[in-house]
Ligand binder design. Structure first.
Ligand code: ADP
Length: 353
């Protein structure tokens, strides 16, 4: 086979390391829709679309998953494959460097299988263009040779389902977005849904947790299953070393104190972000880049991890001019005496209308 076409032999990028990296998470990952907690609308819709595609013997339409990290995008992708009874190949956009990397995967997927690309907003433009044709026509154009003798070869692909996941829908170009037939926006989970996830995970890892502790853990999990599962494992450590192995309310209170989080799931860096906006920028607005430098946090984790939850809890607002804290943030930090009139007034208007 010529060097031009050697990608047809497969790609080393498709290793299983993406999954191996977090073995603990894989044990807790629900395998079928019935075990996936919460997100009732997504579950119901996907259930219908999967059933219809299976009955027609076709690949499911391409699926776009949007939501902050840890809410179940990777989990849903593998559930789709399991429900379709098909294979799944997983990668993330930063791992795809050259068109050859993407072509290597696309030409090796099997009919009706699932191809999952995480962080799809980070896909390089040349690869994105290749993906357009692959998604729409199930073909890719491949240039063989160089200079005047170069020619383009059309390579047919098996029908596959692309599942693209992103934490930043705004950074995905509209030509790419419009090629997804199914769009799912995953929201933070409420306490009841998180409680169900915690009970299920506790029974899988074999730790006893009482009802009060389940609810407390759900409250401090930032609406995020990954955090709930991670805290559960840490609480189990505290229960085994400091208690009798059972997670109860006392163990939870002691553990969250040791871990530096509060019952709202806020950690020291959350408070630091709010305090910095208040003390250095008069409550805002301040741009994300300036803020990230001020608090010593990478802009990605500021935007993907800290901000969505602070916004959801009503401590922070994103405005066209930058980030602003709300009156609630001043209350949280016991700095009510410093609330500027503009923010107090904004808050009053929010309650009046
Ligand atoms: P993302 O890809 O959005 O970052 P993952 O799919 O990796 O998130 O989910 C993180 C962990 O949270 C998984 O190990 C899974 O066990 C758990 N999880 C996520 N969503 C759910 C859910 N709806 N029900 C049960 N567990 C979930």
């Amino acid at each position: 086979m010529s060097e031009d076409l050697d990608f047809l032999q497969g790609s080393s990028i498709m290793s299983t390391s993406f999954q191996d990296a977090d073995n603990q998470e894989n044990i807790l990952r629900p395998k079928f829709l019935k075990d996936f907690q919460g997100q009732p609308r997504i579950k119901e819709n996907l259930g219908v679309f999967i059933k219809a595609a299976r009955e027609r013997g076709e690949a499911l339409d391409h699926v776009f998953l949007i939501g902050p990290p840890g809410l179940g995008k990777t989990t849903l992708a593998s559930i789709v494959a399991n429900e379709m009874g098909s294979e799944i190949r997983m990668t993330s956009a930063p791992a795809l460097d050259k068109p050859k990397d993407l072509a290597g995967i696309l030409t090796n997927v099997s009919e009706n299988s699932v191809f999952f690309i995480d962080e799809i907003h980070r896909l390089k433009p040349a690869l994105e263009e290749m993906l357009y044709i692959a998604m729409e026509d199930f073909e890719i154009d491949w240039v063989i040779g160089q200079g005047p003798s170069a020619r383009t070869m059309r390579i047919p692909l098996p029908h596959f389902t692309l599942i693209g996941a992103t934490t930043k829908a705004g950074m995905v170009s509209s030509p790419l977005q419009t090629r997804f037939g199914i769009n799912c926006r995953i929201d933070f989970y409420d306490e009841t849904e998180l409680s169900n996830i915690i009970r299920r995970s506790a029974s899988i890892i074999g730790v006893q947790i009482d009802d009060e502790a389940v609810l407390l853990l759900a409250k401090c999990s930032r609406g995020t299953p990954r955090i709930a599962n991670r805290l559960l494992r840490r609480f189990r450590d505290f229960a085994e070393v400091n208690g009798n192995g059972v997670i109860d309310a006392n163990i939870v209170y002691k553990s969250i104190k040791n871990l530096g989080i509060d019952l709202n799931g806020l950690e020291e860096q959350d408070r630091n972000i709010l305090r910095t906006i208040i003390e250095f920028y008069g409550g805002g607005p301040v741009g994300a880049e300036t803020l990230s430098i001020s608090v010593g946090e990478a802009i990605e984790s500021l935007e993907d991890f800290y901000e969505p939850y602070l916004i959801q809890k009503g401590y922070l607002k994103r405005t066209p001019r930058g980030r602003m804290v709300t009156a609630k943030a001043y209350e949280l930090l016991h700095m009510e005496d410093k609330i500027p009139y503009s923010i107090k007034n904004d808050n009053l208007q929010g309650t009046l209308f």
